[in-house]
Write a protein that binds this ligand. Structure first.
Ligand SMILES: NC(=O)c1ccc[n+]([C@@H]2O[C@H](COP(=O)([O-])OP(=O)(O)OC[C@H]3O[C@@H](n4cnc5c(N)ncnc54)[C@H](OP(=O)(O)O)[C@@H]3O)[C@@H](O)[C@H]2O)c1
Length: 340
């Protein structure tokens, strides 16, 4: 029997992308599409790309008999309801940020609100599958990583784990506009973003403490992190260019061997031999990584590209679902990227 799945936030970008993937997953059945708007309408009325979804899949406020609830809601909303769903014996996979940070005080500092369910933070498992799949397999509550942290951590993890670099980390990243969701905001109008690139959220972007938290676990020390995101005029796609000083005695050969070894068995992370392009990941769950050493500055420079809506959100949530329920991690995620 397929596993019954609900998506809360099914009318949004991440929820719509997840519905696209779940509808063709052989072992998952989408039984509920939850949102506030579009009540009683078929999901495809809110998500035109899901025009093959059955008429019976209507938007409602209930998760029905779902065994798993994926939440793709604005910050703070999943935490208001997750406790109830967990109490009913369901597994919760949150694509939002509500369970990513260990320390509840960080929500006050970085998100500006008191966490609605701080007691759940202790049991939530940070679900960057490549790094935490053993814990994901046993989790009731999975915190899917943010899109920028996914790229930054996959770029830096091999170097941090092998202690090839010091704790001075710079993450310079760029994302397409779908990263901001479908909320209407003047800053995201076509006329505002087309033919323009701009930074934002420096030095207070909400993904900063998340990258720092997970980098600290990998490095065994608190990093000094500068994170600068930019908005670029494309719909999907994200690149993180990461810089870190090499520790003395570490070489380009160490870097090449470490990265090749770390990701040799990973189904969705590939170390490539050239500068990766976001476009080479679109619509897919792939993250492409390229690491080089700048000998003149003794600095590691690593690029990671991914599709923010797939490996940065819905795809990694489904990868976690697969790991959690014992399905092959690639199930339902086999699609190759679109090009051009
Ligand atoms: N976009 C990305 O690339 C990306 C990547 C990784 C993680 N995420 C995270 O995923 C979550 C969703 O992002 P998104 O980009 O998909 O946003 P979005 O397009 O704005 O979608 C938000 C969804 O939540 C529903 N919703 C909004 N307010 C709600 C409320 N108070 N109670 C219940 N439902 C509510 C919306 O539907 P109604 O308005 O109809 O209720 C919609 O279905 C966010 O936490 C975001 O940080 C997004």
């Amino acid at each position: 029997m397929p596993t019954r799945v609900a998506i809360a936030g099914a009318t949004g970008y991440a929820g719509g992308e997840l519905a696209r993937l779940v509808l063709r997953h052989p072992e998952a059945r989408l039984v509920a599409a939850v949102a506030r708007s579009h009540q009683g309408e078929p999901l495809r009325a809110a998500q035109p790309h899901l025009h093959t979804a059955p008429d019976s899949l209507v938007v409602s406020r209930e998760v029905g008999d779902a065994e798993v609830v994926f939440t793709a809601l604005p910050a703070g909303e999943a935490a208001k309801q997750a406790g109830v769903w967990l109490g009913e014996g369901r597994t919760v996979i949150d694509i939002g940020s509500d369970f990513r940070l260990r320390d509840p005080a960080l929500y006050e500092r970085w998100y500006g609100y008191a966490h609605p369910a701080p007691e759940l933070l202790k049991e939530a498992v940070y679900g960057l599958t490549e790094l935490t799949r053993d814990r994901v397999r046993r989790a009731r509550l999975i915190a899917n990583p943010g899109c920028y942290p996914t790229a930054a951590l996959l770029a830096l993890a091999p170097a941090l784990k092998a202690r090839l670099v010091t704790e001075d980390l710079i993450v310079d990243a760029k994302s397409g506009v779908s990263g901001a969701g479908h909320t209407v905001d003047e800053a995201f109008l076509y006329g505002s973003i087309d033919e323009s690139v701009r930074p934002y959220g420096v030095p207070k972007h909400r993904h900063t403490p998340e990258i720092a938290q997970e980098a600290a676990l990998l490095l065994g020390a608190q990093p000094r992190l500068t994170f600068t995101p930019h908005l670029v005029p494309m719909t999907r796609g994200l690149i993180a260019t990461c810089y870190a000083p090499l520790r003395s005695g570490k070489t380009a050969k160490d870097v090449a061997e470490t990265y090749a070894r770390e990701y040799s068995e990973e189904p969705f992370v590939r170390v490539v031999g050239t500068y990766p392009a976001t476009k080479a990941t679109l619509g897919s769950n792939w993250c492409l990584v390229h690491a080089i050493v700048d000998e003149s500055t003794s600095r590691l420079v690593v690029f990671a590209v991914l599709d923010n809506l797939v490996k940065g959100a819905a795809g990694s949530a489904l990868q976690n679902f697969n790991a959690r329920f014992g399905y092959p991690e690639t199930m339902g995620l086999e699609a190759l990227p679109l090009w051009p």
